[in-house]
Design a protein around this ligand. Structure first.
Ligand code: HEC
Length: 132
């Protein structure tokens, strides 16, 4: 009888150990940044400034390239319009319809020309003629 008890004891201990080992480890997923939401005024997934019509930009501008192309650029409203026309002409960007105005307003306000904190100015190079 005690042999049976020992065996069932080991059996139960084994089940417990198995249950413990099979627990899903959530520590890894918990340390990842959230994929949606706003932290410190910035959309966590795209890095876009989370103000105004940023969701229009998120929904219309990220099918082909990273949001970094947008957040690293600065331009006037006209400059942004030129880039949009260029993408429509050369890269199959769709007609944005009545979303174009709000998208341009957002870009011109939050990624405005004159903010030189992102891209350095072109180098001033004094070219010289090579002598033969
Ligand atoms: C249909 C595809 C597509 C969509 C949608 C798209 N783009 Fe682009 N965009 C491109 C391509 C292709 C490039 C060139 C990428 C490269 O040079 O690597 C580009 C480049 C850019 C650049 C860099 C331009 C430069 O002069 O360096 C910016 C800024 C940009 N896109 C903004 C936007 C914005 C804002 C939207 C939404 C209105 C948008 N894109 C939607 C295809 C697209």
């Amino acid at each position: 009888m005690s042999k049976l008890r020992t065996i069932s004891c080991f059996y139960l201990a084994g089940l417990l150990a198995l249950g413990y080992a099979c627990q899903t480890d959530t520590s890894e997923t918990e340390s990842l940044p959230p994929t949606t939401g706003v932290v410190a005024g910035v959309d966590t997934l795209t890095g876009l400034i989370a103000q105004g019509d940023y969701l229009l930009v998120k929904g219309n501008c990220l099918a082909c390239h990273s949001s970094k192309l947008i957040t690293q650029n600065r331009a006037t409203r006209e400059g942004w319009l030129r880039m949009i026309r260029w993408m429509q002409h050369k890269h199959g960007l769709q007609d944005l319809g009545d979303r174009e105005g709000p998208i341009l307003d957002y870009l011109a306000e939050h990624y405005a020309a004159g903010d030189e904190t992102v891209r350095r100015q072109p180098l001033e190079v004094n070219w010289y003629e090579l002598e033969q």
